[in-house]
Design a protein around this ligand. Structure first.
Ligand code: CDP
Ligand code: MG
Length: 136
């Protein structure tokens, strides 16, 4: 049975800055995640605060919003079978130290905050996050 979903992926400033965009996009393609939309943007701290508002009570929230708005990011819609869970698996654990071998965060992440990529964590959040960046 087909279970094609869409999810939101972000290549964060640390990875864009190190010219890892193409390498990371190749990993998605190799894993049958089709990049149906992609754009490079630079958001404000206010926009980052809106995007990450689920984390507003966390002590890392302000630093997180400063970081996501600190430089260009690449936002993408990925489409494929079980794309939400598959993308999370390919990304690896939040802290690169704990990420499995060959995951994006293990390969490229610098630290728990500069961990190279974002991925939606549920189908519901994927819809909200896609709408946030790709209103039509
Ligand atoms: O990105 P992911 O869904 O794996 O993790 P999260 O728990 O939803 O946290 C969102 C982001 O906040 C992470 O990707 C990190 O960039 C950052 N974070 C942090 O800076 N320090 C922490 N202790 C936890 C998360
Ligand atoms: Mg998350």
């Amino acid at each position: 049975m087909s279970n094609v979903e869409r999810t939101l992926s972000i290549i964060k400033p640390d990875a864009v800055e190190r010219n890892l965009t193409q390498e990371i996009q190749n990993i998605f393609s190799k894993n049958n995640l089709k990049i149906v939309e992609s754009k490079k943007i630079h958001i404000t701290k206010e926009e980052a605060a809106e995007f990450y508002k689920v984390h507003q009570s966390k002590q890392f929230y302000s630093d997180l919003c400063s970081y996501l708005s600190s430089g260009p990011i690449v936002v993408m819609i990925l489409e494929g079978e079980n794309s939400v869970a598959l993308n999370r698996k390919i990304m690896g654990a939040t802290d690169p130290k704990n990420a499995e071998d060959n995951t994006i965060r293990k390969l490229y992440g610098l630290s728990i905050d500069k961990n190279s990529v974002h991925g939606s964590d549920s189908i519901e959040n994927a819809k909200t996050e896609i709408n946030f960046f790709f209103k039509d």
